[in-house]
Design a protein around this ligand. Structure first.
Ligand code: COA
Length: 256
């Protein structure tokens, strides 16, 4: 079992913490599997009412581990822990609360579209640099980002892939509140505690209704994106982007 994800349950709240700070909380296959397991356990356990996702005060997550992308790109939906995690978070029936400080890159940002409440430190920096890696959106972000931000801001976020800060995320509605980083995890816990005191059946039914008929569409888009993403992981643009990152140099896309 990996120590890079910590799971702690207390008072009806399961807290999942990224614990790989030396690698900027980038997410390996083992970490996706651990998070998917934790979500499944939290769903099945009637005493758990809320799940909190959190990182460190300086870094939420640098997204997928790029070395993993190079070494073991997922070949099918079924055998991919990434996909298990994304499906798990998109279909999780109980409230999900996130506390985000520092960079939230790639899936570090897209997972937040599936959280119900998102609190950010004022140092949070969100980015979805899929194009810069020769890849395409995932986690149904091609559907959810334009819905949330409007088409042009979504195109800027997804085509240029540049970071946007906590205040901009607050303005577009990705974030509920911005606080000093030292207060962020405590705020998420305090909000989770309020939720944990409420009747679970009413929380679940309200979340189901809030997600509405789009819930099935989200999974459909996630599948379509996933098929493209897995294909693109093996193509020259992505191979060049990953090699460049590992070799700490700028990628050269002039030939792809
Ligand atoms: N996958 C694998 N390793 C990663 C990583 C990732 N996504 N992100 C960071 N790391 C590693 C670095 O290789 C470095 O390892 P080293 O100490 O062995 O050299 C270590 O984490 C520290 O990263 P560094 O880039 O030096 O930190 P920073 O503070 O200058 O920058 C980020 C932080 C998050 C802005 C930067 O690391 C980054 O952009 N990471 C890649 C993000 C990305 O493209 N993710 C994929 C999205 S799909």
């Amino acid at each position: 079992m990996t120590q890079d994800i910590l799971v702690h349950t207390e008072g009806g709240i399961t807290t999942i913490t990224f614990n790989r700070v030396d690698k900027k909380n980038s997410i390996t296959a083992a970490m996706y599997a651990a998070m998917a397991d934790a979500l499944e356990a939290a769903k099945a356990d009637a005493s758990v009412r809320v799940v909190v996702l959190q990182g460190d005060m300086a870094i939420f997550s640098a997204g997928n581990d790029i070395g993993d992308f190079q070494r073991q790109p997922p070949s099918s939906r079924e055998e991919s822990p990434v996909f298990r995690f994304l499906r798990g978070i998109a279909t999780f029936p109980k409230p999900l609360v996130a506390a985000v400080c520092g960079p939230a890159v790639g899936v570090g940002t897209t997972m937040l579209f599936h959280c119900d409440l998102v609190y950010a430190g004022d140092n949070a920096a969100f980015s979805m640099p899929f194009v810069n890696l020769g890849l395409c959106p995932e986690a149904a972000s091609s559907l959810l980002v334009p819905q949330m931000m409007g088409y042009h801001r979504a195109a800027e976020a997804l085509l240029l892939g540049e970071p946007f800060m906590a205040e901009a995320a607050l303005e577009v509605g990705l974030v509920n509140r911005v606080v000093p980083p030292a207060e962020c995890n405590a705020l998420a816990q305090a909000q989770a505690k309020k939720l944990a005191a409420k009747p679970l059946s009413a929380l679940i039914e309200t979340k189901r209704l809030l997600k509405g008929p789009q819930a099935a569409k989200v999974l459909e888009v996630m599948d379509e994106e996933g098929d493209s993403f897995r294909r693109m992981l093996r193509e020259p643009a992505a191979r060049e982007a990953f090699s460049a990152f590992m070799e700490k140099r700028k990628p050269d896309f002039s030939k792809v």
